[in-house]
Design a binder for this molecule. Structure first.
Ligand SMILES: [Ca+2]
Ligand SMILES: [Ca+2]
Ligand SMILES: [Ca+2]
Length: 454
């Protein structure tokens, strides 16, 4: 039974055993008033069709890792969940006419921002997080239309050549199983990243899990597709991820669930290094974005956080390097057991006979003298909190917090509402209060290079 499902799904066929009936029943139960507010769920099509993948994708997916972070000693899936639906592969975004681009994005349930900027040229990414079929082809091999996005974070980086859509099975709450059309390490493509894979396919709708007709993932599994998805860990050890699972089979894994927007799944404190920054040339528009590129010698330590979804104040707008105080605070505990909260940028906090100063954020976009709506960052799953100071003080760091309320903004994934939301459209939810323990990697950076250095 399992394999029958799998083979159907492997060809990109959507397996909806109960979905349409459930939706029909939901519409009938809710009556006409709600029936015309049916959950947005466009049909996702495209993917491998016998033609060769794009040249840029082939270049992207080479097996190269340089000082790539692993986050834990053992390999596992740290997190996975439906991020957003329908906005991956919007054909109208290939128009040269801005009004056409906007109308097509809104029709697909995407957000379109009002952009106030001093820049004379505005990137499409500043208006929307939806992407065109051609854009998908460039970094996922083949074009798709109206697909859903689902990031999967691993505790070790992947060998990109082993990553295909056929490595993943996503089980939904209606009993069906589906496989993605395409998979890639984009946008986590830098040689020192590559521990997050994003898959595009048909993984659910925008209804919250407690609503009739809601469709969402409940479990994830890595299967053997003939090129087993492989991870690289301590000492360059390569392991197959086949058989790894994530999810209870019952709980919802979707950012359309209130309180379940993007969060953190790892954080690691290292000495600053720029080894492995950047990726293949075609992908480096936002590079260099490392701490040294932004802050020079002040970048002494890097507190890198791994997110479960793209991090944005509204789903579209970039995070600015200057916005540490808007989103984050860091907890340190000194030798006497006292808590210190690092809440300000540029303030030396005295801890254990030394000081630690938050310099700013990095792994966003290029350094600029000021930032506005036109700024475009890398929109991946890493953000670096760059620190300077004395090692005694830095070693006291224990936890990163995203307060997400009060004076702090929450984060949205790319399914968020943007700054000019359509009242009739359902968007993905903001992330919750998050407290993530920090792994201290000052003595061993917990990174891997592949192929191993001679
Ligand atoms: Ca594979
Ligand atoms: Ca970077
Ligand atoms: Ca980033």
């Amino acid at each position: 039974m399992y394999h029958d499902r799998l083979f159907a799904a492997a060809r990109g066929a959507r397996v909806r055993l109960l979905g349409p009936m459930a939706l029909l029943l939901a519409a009938l139960a809710a009556g006409c008033a709600d029936a015309d507010r049916a959950p947005q769920n466009l049909t996702c099509t495209g993917g491998p069709d016998g033609s060769p993948p794009s040249a840029s994708y082939v270049q992207l997916m080479q097996d190269q890792l340089t000082n790539a972070d692993y986050w834990e000693a053992e390999p596992r899936i740290l997190a996975a969940g439906l991020g957003f639906t329908d906005i991956i592969g919007v054909p109208g975004l290939q128009s040269s006419d801005l009004d056409t681009q906007k109308a097509a994005t809104l029709a697909a349930g995407g957000a379109w921002n009002i952009v106030v900027t001093t820049l004379t040229t505005i990137a499409q990414r500043a208006y929307t997080s939806a992407i065109s079929p051609n854009g998908v082809a460039g970094s996922y091999g083949w074009p798709v239309q109206f697909c859903d996005g689902l990031p999967i974070e691993f505790s070790w980086p992947v060998l990109p050549r082993t990553v295909q859509g056929s490595d993943f099975v996503v089980y939904l709450n209606d009993g069906s199983a589906t496989q993605p059309l395409v998979a890639s390490i984009q946008p986590n493509f830098e040689y020192n990243e590559r521990s997050t894979v994003v898959i595009f396919g048909e993984f659910g709708n925008r209804l919250a899990p407690d609503q009739p007709g809601a469709l969402y993932p409940v479990r994830f599994e890595i299967v053997d597709d003939g090129t087993p998805l492989s991870l690289v860990g301590p000492g360059g050890r390569v392991v197959s991820a086949v058989g790894f699972t994530y999810g209870t089979g019952d709980d919802p894994y979707t950012a359309y669930n209130p309180g379940k927007g993007p969060t953190l799944c790892a954080a690691k404190l290292s000495r600053m290094s720029t080894a492995g920054e950047g990726g293949p040339p075609a992908f480096n528009a936002q590079m260099p974005n490392d701490g040294v590129a932004l802050y020079g010698d002040a970048a002494q330590y890097r507190l890198r956080v791994l997110t479960t979804g793209g991090f944005s104040p509204d789903g579209v707008t970039s995070v600015f390097p200057t916005e540490y105080e808007r989103f984050f605070r860091v907890q340190a505990i000194d030798a006497a057991g006292r808590e210190h909260w690092l809440e300000r940028t540029g303030v030396p906090y005295e801890i254990d006979g030394g000081t630690v100063t938050v310099v700013g954020l990095a792994d966003l976009g290029l350094a600029q003298s000021s930032y506005d709506d036109g700024y475009v960052e890398d929109h991946d799953n890493q953000i670096d909190i760059v620190l300077s100071g004395d090692e005694s003080a830095v070693r006291a760091i224990r936890m990163v917090e995203i307060p997400a309320s009060g004076g702090y903004s929450p984060f949205y994934n790319p399914g968020g509402p943007g700054n000019d939301p359509d009242p009739e459209t359902v968007y993905s939810q903001p992330g919750p209060l998050t407290q993530q323990a920090v792994t201290i990697a000052l003595d061993d950076p917990m990174t891997v290079t592949y192929p191993p250095a001679e």
